[in-house]
Design a protein around this ligand. Structure first.
Ligand code: F6P
Length: 346
């Protein structure tokens, strides 16, 4: 705990895959910490690597202006996992000790870790080592446990939906089956939401095992109903041979069993780039400002979260150990099925 009159000194980092809204969150924490609470703010470069290598910059309020709409992260990010060796049962890497050293050497009162599941896991382990840590959930995958929504997700849904919209017209012109592969290794939130927003006919998620015959049956019945084309939206993490993309596997299989012409699109990193949507800017700002308030109130060892629209906190240990997947009976899936959307399992 810092002395009553001594301003708190905090560190911020962004870790894991980037997403739109990271800069809005950095700005939200940093500005509130400086303007409202008079704290000192350091930004660590490239996620946990910055902490390991003591690579940081002092963030002044003026440096936090003009970044709200910017994609990516001004701090950089990396997939560095300092506890990886320990978790894999290998020889300790010494990285957690280096982080602890940086934390104490710089006299930090709190570390703000902005990231997804992996970051929350690391944040929780650092908290268990005695550091004051607060997590902020981000990811286009929307799969962080303990919160109803992560920032980055809405922006990615918008980008993916625009892509699906564009596929409809070209699919129609050529009477083709279009397969679009979206990100999501374990969680199908992005495919589900973009698939529904973009009017996908078949949506395949990692959480719902599919049957290729059921997919082909759906496509054939659409042609019989005089619907000249089909759109298949697929999350990258569905079960498929690992030597090809999910989209190319489906394109081959669908062509083989229906005889229809197929084309594949793998949207890739476009989903993570560019400016956040207004709602993601607001969400990231709310999370950031609330995290600064949590630091002032010393609610350490927690992740800021949204539940039923309200800001709250959840223990980092709970968030870090879990993943929020799509429930097969999610209300949107039940509605979709009633409208004839196939999830490849009927
Ligand atoms: O974690 C977000 C995510 O976008 C996943 O959906 C995707 O599988 C992964 O990142 C890819 O990340 P990278 O190639 O940057 O490690």
């Amino acid at each position: 705990m810092s002395l009553p009159n001594k301003p708190k000194k905090i560190g911020i980092l962004t870790a894991g895959g980037d997403c739109p809204g990271l800069n809005a969150a950095i700005r939200g924490v940093g500005k509130t910490a400086i303007v409202e609470y008079g704290m000192k703010v350091l930004g660590f470069n490239a996620g946990f690597l910055g902490l390991i290598n003591k690579d940081y910059m002092v963030l002044k309020e003026s440096q936090l202006s003009g970044i709200l709409t910017l994609g990516g992260t001004i701090l950089g990010s990396s997939r560095e996992k300092p506890y990886k060796n320990v978790m894999n049962g290998e020889e300790a890497s010494g990285k957690p000790e280096k982080i602890k050293h940086t934390y104490h050497d710089l006299g930090l009162d709190c570390l703000v870790c902005i990231g997804g599941n992996g970051t929350m896991k690391t944040a929780s382990l650092l908290a268990q080592e005695g550091m004051n840590v607060i997590g902020i959930p981000k990811t286009i995958d929307n799969d962080v446990w303990g919160t109803d929504i992560t920032f980055g997700f809405e922006s990615a849904v918008q980008i993916a939906t625009e892509a699906i919209d564009r596929l409809h017209t070209t699919a129609n012109s050529h009477q083709r089956v279009m397969i679009i592969e979206l990100m999501g290794h374990h969680a199908g939130w992005l495919a589900l939401y973009s698939g529904m927003a973009g009017g996908g006919d078949i949506i395949l998620l990692p959480e719902i095992p599919f049957n290729i015959h059921s997919v082909c049956k759906k496509i054939e019945s659409r042609y019989q109903d005089k619907k000249p084309y089909s759109i298949v939206v697929v999350a990258e993490g569905i079960e498929h041979p690992k030597n090809q993309s999910a989209a190319s596997y489906l394109a081959e299989e669908i062509k083989a069993c229906t005889g229809n012409e197929t084309r594949e699109t793998v949207l890739g990193y476009i989903q993570r780039g560019g400016s956040p949507t207004p709602m993601d800017r607001i969400l990231a700002t709310r999370y950031g400002a609330f995290a600064a308030q949590c630091i002032a109130e010393e609610c350490f060892g927690t992740m800021v979260a949204i539940k039923k629209g309200d800001l709250t906190t959840v223990p980092l240990q709970e968030a870090g150990g879990n993943q929020r997947l799509v429930e097969p009976d999610h209300p949107l899936i039940l509605k979709a099925r009633k409208m004839g959307v196939s999830f490849g399992d009927d």
